[in-house]
Design a protein around this ligand. Structure first.
Ligand code: NAI
Length: 342
């Protein structure tokens, strides 16, 4: 068992044996920013996953209380809280998955881009720690602005020699969850049965729900389609305004992130009969933008297959062309910031 555990970390065993190893020992999942508005409900949802054997919590302070509270829930995961300067590396040590809802959220009137100065340094700390103590982990960043944060982290990991583009994700699953919900509300159908890809990035016009590929089909007028697309694009601001100074989406984000992490876990376990597909913002060659969200098939090594651009109608094609310069500017900014942090 010990040998199997050691070898699964260095990826020396054939995939099937690796998967057996994961199933036996369970997975270590670390939540960085676990005391925050997203971090607490996300940690709760991950505590419910029977494949998680260690739920490691990190925040700059007050992690112990959240940890003790969660530890009384009678599910498999052992809860290990860490805080303070030395805590980050201990919390992330040999993690299989690290999910990061750490950093400042928006207040009314703020754009996601306004968060970059503060949140870039949080992402940078996590990238350095990942390189040092869990270079093979899947990293799922929730911290905004996603469009800039992911290129920053990729640049740092590359410089450290620990970058695997199949294991670094910007979590955009809330955009998909919202699109599913809003479409289902209009069609009066079950949101869990709505399938709709959301591509691009995670701010304003870079969020592009592909209504032409919606299943069940969405056949609204042009105005109805535009209104729905704009609602998905502005849904984060809808929550920020409704919370009136008390932060941004936390509960829906925790749900969406838990769904994403649970999908990463299914992928790691490599279930043959289940095709795990999620949209996320990753390094990509499907458009001119170096990072781009599309549907991804997940497997034992992270991204198994980038499913690429869905078929687009003329309007969606135009929206894609409009968003690319915006996205590429954010990516360039992220790469420069990342280089400046080395
Ligand atoms: P919050 O302020 O409630 O919680 C953030 C937590 O991060 C706090 O507990 C804080 O102590 C911790 N933190 C700050 N610096 C840290 C560091 N260096 N290391 C570890 N922990 C640190 O904020 P909330 O609402 O939970 O949002 C967190 C982030 O998620 C924000 O950047 C927000 O914009 C983003 N977000 C992303 C979404 C997405 O779709 N990707 C949707 C909603 C929010």
């Amino acid at each position: 068992f010990v040998v199997s555990r050691l070898l699964t970390h260095v990826g020396k065993l054939p995939p099937m044996v690796q998967q057996l190893g994961y199933i036996n020992r369970g997975l270590k999942v670390t939540v960085v920013g676990s005391v925050g508005g997203i971090g607490q409900p996300l940690s709760l949802l991950l505590k419910l996953n029977p494949d998680v054997s260690t739920l490691s919590l990190y925040d700059i302070k007050n992690t112990t209380g959240v940890g003790v509270d969660l530890s009384h829930i009678n599910t498999r995961a052992t809860v290990c809280p860490f805080e303070g300067k030395d805590g980050l590396k201990k919390a992330m040590d040999k993690a299989d998955i690290v999910v990061i809802p750490a950093g400042l959220p928006r207040k009314p009137g703020m754009k996601r881009e306004d968060l970059v100065d503060v949140n870039a340094s949080v992402a940078c700390e996590v990238a350095f720690a990942a390189s040092a103590v869990c270079p093979g982990a899947m990293l799922a960043f929730i911290t905004n602005p996603i469009n800039v944060i992911v290129p920053i982290v990729a640049t740092i990991l590359k410089a450290k020699g620990t970058y695997d583009p199949n294991r670094l994700f910007g979590v955009t699953s809330l955009d998909v969850v919202r699109a599913q919900t809003f479409v289902a509300n209009i069609l009066n159908s079950d949101p869990l049965k709505v399938n709709i890809p959301v591509i691009g990035g995670h701010t304003g016009r870079t969020i592009l729900p592909i209504l032409s590929q919606c299943d069940p089909p969405f056949k609204g007028t042009d105005e109805e389609r535009q209104a729905l697309i704009q609602r998905v694009q502005n849904a984060g601001t809808e929550v920020v305004n409704a919370k009136d100074g008390l932060g941004s989406a936390t509960l829906s984000m925790a749900f969406a992130a838990a769904r994403f992490v649970n999908s990463l876990i299914k992928g790691i376990k490599g279930s043959e009969d289940e095709c795990v597909v999620e949209c996320a913002y990753v390094e990509s060659d499907v458009t001119e933008a170096q990072f781009f969200a599309t549907p991804l098939k997940l497997g034992p090594q992270g991204i198994e297959e980038n499913k690429g651009l869905p078929d687009l109608d003329d309007e969606e094609q135009k929206s894609l062309e409009c968003m690319l310069p915006i996205l590429m500017e954010s990516i360039e900014k992220g790469i420069k910031l990342g280089e400046g942090m080395m």
